[in-house]
Design a protein around this ligand. Structure first.
Ligand code: SAM
Ligand code: SF4
Length: 327
């Protein structure tokens, strides 16, 4: 195994998140305007060959784990082709997918066959009418069925990400947490971040993780836990005694978690970003299309990776939609 390249603070960078599209079949109010965003022109978006070439050049520099994200990655045609191309790159040990889950029931088996290892699924409600209100799309969809389909296909451990919003879905915290009593799923509660249409109301809507944990502890005692074996990322984990699954909290708003950050991101149009929330980025696409090697650009990008994000110091609305930067 190749040791990951180090950033300016000595953090080993082994994890690349790759956004393959800025488009989506949902319009979650905390992410995307109802009318959508100005979509990237197709020619600006990296082809699957170009994405694979980026990975081929970064793998010898220590990148060994990949996550495919977006926008909604399952709506880009031939996703299985990309997965099987990435799976063949020497040094890549783990490929995960972030999805809203709508297409999982039909795609889980073929994604697994192509070489996908596991999925993270977003689910902000378990109630059909509320799913429609939050996603602002009337697609027939059951998050539980989607998670079961992923599990049956061998794409576990399934992680379910829930953005908690006071007065919108926080009355379902306990229902989500109880899933971990029955299933080996890792339910992760994410604090709402100030983006787009909901940016102005974020601070009224955020439910801090300490409050979430205090509420859940009323169901049964919760103990700190190691969480899933792979890909813990920025979550802190807990478990109800004897439960097959765990509960995670991701706290960009109430606690920063950047000290151990081991990731960089590639946007759909080929910009390498070293921090989700910062503006430091370099165009890998332009370098690739000019036939230049990526290693020197990568080294200088890691040399400026910030120590931690400045989310709380940002002006409201200063954060770009996560669908644009590959959340
Ligand atoms: N479409 C896929 C999905 O929803 O999982 C992948 C892309 S989405 C941008 C990645 C993650 O970002 C999701 O878990 C979503 O809930 C989260 N996200 C988007 N906007 C957010 C915000 N304003 N605050 C917190 N999380 C957000
Ligand atoms: Fe789409 Fe994911 Fe953004 Fe929701 S959070 S609009 S599913 S990209």
């Amino acid at each position: 195994m190749i040791a990951g390249a180090l950033d300016q603070f000595g953090r080993r960078i082994e994890y690349l998140r790759i956004s393959i599209t800025d488009r989506c079949n949902f319009r979650c109010a905390y992410c995307m305007p109802l009318a959508g965003l100005p979509w990237l022109p197709r020619e600006d978006i990296l082809s699957y060959e170009e994405i694979t070439e980026v990975v081929r050049q970064l793998a010898p520099l220590g990148v060994s784990r990949l996550r495919i994200t977006g926008g909604e990655p399952t709506i880009r045609p031939q996703l299985t082709t990309l997965i099987s191309m990435l799976e063949k790159v020497s040094g890549i040990q783990d490929i995960a997918l972030s999805t809203n889950g709508v297409k999982l029931p039909e795609m889980a088996e073929s994604l697994k066959a192509a070489g996908l290892d596991r999925v993270n699924m977003s689910a902000d409600s378990l109630r059909p009418d509320r799913i429609r209100e939050i996603a602002r799309r009337s697609l027939a969809f059951s998050p539980i069925d989607a998670a079961l389909a992923a599990e049956r296909a061998g794409l576990g451990p399934v992680k379910i990400n829930t953005v908690v919003m006071r007065g919108i879905n926080d009355d379902e915290l306990e229902d989500f947490a109880r899933l971990t009593l029955e299933h080996p799923w890792h339910v992760r509660f994410i604090e709402l971040m100030p983006v787009g249409e909901m940016a102005g109301e974020t601070f009224d809507r955020v439910v801090p993780s300490d409050e979430i944990l205090a509420r859940l502890a009323r169901i049964a005692p919760l103990s700190a836990d190691a969480g899933p074996a792979r890909g813990n990322g920025p979550a802190a984990y807990y478990r109800f005694a004897g439960a097959p699954g765990s509960i995670g909290v991701i706290t960009p708003m109430s606690h920063t978690y950047c000290g151990d950050c081991n990731r960089v991101r590639l946007t759909a149009d080929g910009r390498l970003r070293t921090c989700l929330y910062g503006d430091e980025e370099v165009s890998f696409r332009d370098a690739l299309r000019a036939g230049e090697p990526l290693a020197p650009l990568y080294a200088s990008a890691l040399a400026t990776k910030p120590r931690e994000h400045a989310l709380l110091q940002m002006k409201v609305g200063g954060l770009r939609a996560l669908s644009e930067v590959g959340g």
